[in-house]
Design a protein around this ligand. Structure first.
Ligand code: ZN
Length: 873
């Protein structure tokens, strides 16, 4: 039995005993035996400390201090690192030689190969899989990197910073030397070597510096990088105009690889991307893919200031860079596209991924207090809730105040490894405000629940709003304190107009923006007309669950009239949720006509953006409904949601058909957001129509026609999405055709795998099982694993099959994946941890699978952490 992994605690942070001023690296690349020489300028910070370096899965060849080779007795090396008990007390040079095996590296952390291309992934702790080093973000150094490789196999040799030298070597090899003048932590180191094609462009910064831009991809795919390049240039310009931040080197490189654990990585001047977030053309990428590319390219670029120039002191501060950078990429998208639609989509994502996390066994604050494997904390909480917390600061301070705070943050901490407290202090100091209560958002987990009750006194004309907040207990945090939040509200008069509200400084600093701080607080609005409805948490100003009782007619009224687009959408979601929950409880209960009527008004309102209408007519997901039930009724929710959709299509068949034909985009495909919005609406209409396709051969033909005649992937994939749920010849023909068309395109086949895995048909598990041996699938490739197995675990109906077959299949695959890629296995294991939400029989089956995973010998820290916490909490 191996020792159980132990947790690292935030309170144990200590400044490093040794700084590393400069790092010189030499790589002699060989697929199975790459030699790495490192030469470190070590600066001891306290006398007498032993030098402890991290190292994992690497072979130590030699250690030299100030030119003297150490003997084995001078150091100890184990599976976690290298310790040298006695070292000089003042500055010294340490040289270490190691040997690593990039080709055999299936973890995709450290130096590995993706389709023969050498690439690195060092965040969070991959650098230790390359050489022995103090692998922590507060050790910042300048890097000089020499890469030697086979000229034919690796014509492209890249690392961070500037290219300072290159040339030929004997035996068909060549070399390049890179120097990065900006001190950085080792997690931002990167190396790429391979045979790649390149798209070259240029950006001139506002101060006139010319920056060479290069995107490297597999040969034959350069044409598909045009949109990513455009997104990069727009990101660079936007960061100058909106955040006053300019790029700082003369070159910026992006490399796209097909094997990658996450979306992309912000290594200094050498971003490495999952090619899913670079490659796009209209035949292979959907509108959603284009939007994802724009957002991820921007996100990684924005890290240059929020992450790289100012990095994190320790990994507990991860949200310092991630929450802030997500906020920045969300704002970028909002400025490029539709702000209300972006807000709606971000809230959907938050509710779909983060709220369940915050309510489950893995709940943690955006700044966690402890971890076993830090890779498990690249979560929706740290990223998405982290961004919501930044957004609340922005809402409270306003754009000008927020930018003042950013400026002070950069002035104070440029070139440093900072903390979340320091960021908040810069915001508070620059605006002379007290954010001490607000900081509880950093330390408390759990989604606050806000109960709102309103009362009107017709005599005085006063309206009172009582706001009560409860932050629920989460694992390790039984008692919570009230948080400060900006809470947007509006009162609507009988004509649907906003009733003017007078601001006062403390409780309502701006009209309609309440400053909520107490467990219970009453806000009084004097001398107002009787409101017809109240609009709550406008703009989703606080990431909370709102509980308020308003009659159905008031919700329908908000759906039709709210001046806040987010709240207008939200009214429909909340109304639908109520109706669906009531229907699950009583399958004979009819749906309110007021809701159906409000959907009709939305369909007819031609002042609304198409993309907004598409969002507004899309009912809350099955998972969202499930999260609102004490015990999830998997089949009941599915049936209720289909019934409501069917009622909508029965009532509005004609309008939906009209919308479908009116929004078929003519002419050549353009990925711009207006065109994408029309396609989104058209495909939302088709999705409604498909509810009647089982009994209607004409509809099946319509869907199949869209599939086969589509001139873009958005429409083709949307039709296939519907066909996979409709048993019959159209389904089989389309799936076969899709495979034939795209058999040599890995990214498109990911869609093919995913669509089969999310099918509601009863034979889905059997189909998924047989796809495991299909050439389109590979357990070594994270994109494939996520598309087939990850997607299946999100298939509420089939994953949660009452016989437990879905759970057993899931656990079997995780046990296979765990030794190959523990990071990805750990991330994909989380759905089993939601067992508390289900009935006793399913609970037992889910727990049994978790126990089976936990019993595996030599379990990785990553999977151990998720499986054990999922069972304990
Ligand atoms: Zn990031």
């Amino acid at each position: 039995m191996t020792a159980q992994p132990t947790a690292i605690h935030r309170k144990d942070y200590r400044a490093p005993d040794f700084r590393i001023e400069t790092v010189e690296l030499e790589f002699d690349l060989q697929p199975e035996a790459t030699r790495v020489k490192s030469k470190l300028a070590v600066a001891p910070q306290s006398a007498g400390a032993a030098l402890k370096l991290d190292g994992e899965d690497i072979e130590l060849l030699s250690v030299v201090i100030d030119g003297r080779k150490l003997l084995p007795a001078d150091y100890t090396a184990d599976e976690h690192g290298l310790t040298i008990a006695t070292v000089p007390s003042s500055a010294f040079t340490l040289e270490i030689e190691t040997r690593i095996n990039p080709k055999g590296n299936t973890h995709l952390s450290g130096l590995y190969q993706s389709s023969g291309v050498y690439c690195t992934q060092c965040e969070a702790q991959g650098f230790r899989r390359i050489t022995y080093f103090p692998d922590r973000p507060d050790v910042m150094s300048t890097y000089r990197v020499t890469i030697r490789g086979d000229k034919k196999a690796n014509p492209v040799l890249l690392s961070n910073g500037n290219l300072v030298e290159e040339g030929g070597l004997s035996d068909g090899r060549h070399y390049a030397v890179w120097h990065d003048p900006f001190p950085k932590p080792c997690y931002l180191f990167a190396l790429v070597a391979g045979d790649l094609a390149v798209n070259e462009d240029e950006f001139v910064t506002r101060s006139g510096r010319k920056v060479a831009l290069r995107i490297f991809v597999e040969h034959g795919k350069v044409e598909r990088t045009a949109y990513a390049m455009d997104a990069l240039k727009r990101s660079m310009r936007w960061d100058e105009t909106r955040f006053d931040l300019e790029y700082d080197l003369d070159l910026f490189n992006i490399v796209a690889v097909s094997d990658f654990n996450m979306g992309a990585m912000e290594n200094k001047s050498l971003n490495v991307f999952n090619d899913k977030y670079i490659l796009a053309d209209h035949e292979t990428a959907t509108d959603t893919d284009y939007a994802g590319i724009e957002a991820v390219v921007a996100h990684e670029y924005f890290h240059n200031w929020t992450g790289n120039r100012i990095t994190c002191r320790d990994w507990f501060q991860l949200s310092l860079k991630e929450g802030l950078t997500v906020f920045r990429d969300q704002e970028f998208t909002s400025d490029m596209r539709s702000r209300p639609v972006k807000r709606i989509q971000d809230v959907r994502l938050l509710r779909g991924r983060q709220f369940p996390e915050d309510a489950g066994p893995l709940a943690h604050p955006i700044r966690p207090d402890s971890y076993i494997a830090i890779d498990n904390f690249y979560t929706a909480t740290v990223y998405e809730k982290g961004s919501e917390v930044i957004r609340m600061i922005h809402t409270m301070l306003g754009e000008d105040g927020f930018q003042k705070g950013m400026k002070l943050y950069v002035e104070r901490h440029d070139g440093e490894a900072a903390t979340c407290d320091q960021f908040v202090a810069a915001m508070a100091d620059a605006n002379k405000v007290d954010l001490s209560q607000f900081q509880r958002w950093y330390s408390q987990a759990g989604t606050p629940e806000v109960v709102v009750e309103g009362s009107y006194d017709p005599g005085s004309g006063d309206y009172e709003l009582t706001v009560t907040q409860v932050v629920p207990p989460t694992p390790g945090q039984p008692d919570k304190q009230p948080v400060q939040m900006p809470f947007g509200i509006g009162l609507l008069d009988a004509q649907g107009r906003d009733i003017a509200l007078k601001a006062d400084t403390a409780a309502m600093p701006r009209p309609g923006m309440l400053n909520v701080t107490a467990p219970t607080q009453t806000f009084k609005f004097k001398g107002v007309p009787k409101p017809k409805a109240i609009s709550l948490n406008r703009g989703f100003s606080a990431p909370v669950v709102v509980k308020a009782k308003q009659p159905g007619e008031a919700q329908a009224f908000l759906m039709a009239h709210d001046s806040d687009a987010f709240a207008r959408w939200e009214a429909g979601q909340q109304y639908a949720t109520e109706l669906l929950l009531a229907r699950v409880a009583n399958p004979a209960k009819p749906f309110d006509p007021a809701f159906i009527e409000a959907i009709g008004l939305t369909l007819r309102d031609d002042k609304l953006e198409q993309a907004f209408v598409a969002e507004a007519i899309t009912l809350p997901s099955e998972d969202y409904i499930a999260d609102r039930m004490a015990v999830v009724d998997v089949d009941g929710i599915h049936a209720a949601r289909r019934a409501l959709r069917l009622e909508i299509v029965r009532t509005y068949r004609k309008q939906l058909e009209d919308i479908y034909s009116r929004n078929t985009t003519p002419g050549t495909y353009s990925p711009d957001s207006t065109s994408a919005g029309r396609r989104a609406l058209k495909n939302a209409a088709l999705s409604y129509l498909s509810e009647q396709a089982d009994e209607d051969a004409g509809l099946r033909r319509l869907i199949h026609d869209q599939y086969s005649k589509a001139d873009n992937m958005t429409d083709r994939a949307a039709a296939l999405r519907l066909l996979v749920d409709i048993a019959g010849p159209e389904r089989e023909a389309a799936l076969a055709d899709f495979y034939q068309r795209f058999a040599d395109d890995a990214l498109v086949l990911d869609k093919w795998l995913m669509l089969q895995a999310i099918s509601t048909l009863p034979e889905t598990l059997e189909n998924v099982r047989s796809l495991l041996t299909h050439p389109a699938f590979s357990m070594q490739k994270p994109n494939k694993v996520r598309s087939l197995i990850g997607a299946f675990t999100a298939n509420a109906l089939r994953y949660h099959a009452a016989d437990g077959s879905g759970y057993a299949f899931h656990a079997d695959r995780m046990l296979e994946l765990e030794p190959i890629n523990p990071q990805v296995a750990a991330r994909l294991l989380a759905p089993l941890g939601r067992w508390r939400r289900f009935d006793a029989a399913r609970q037992e089956k889910m727990k049994a699978e978790l126990r089976r995973v936990l019993a595996k010998p030599n379990l990785s820290r990553d999977v151990y952490e998720i499986a054990s916490k999922s069972l304990e909490n």
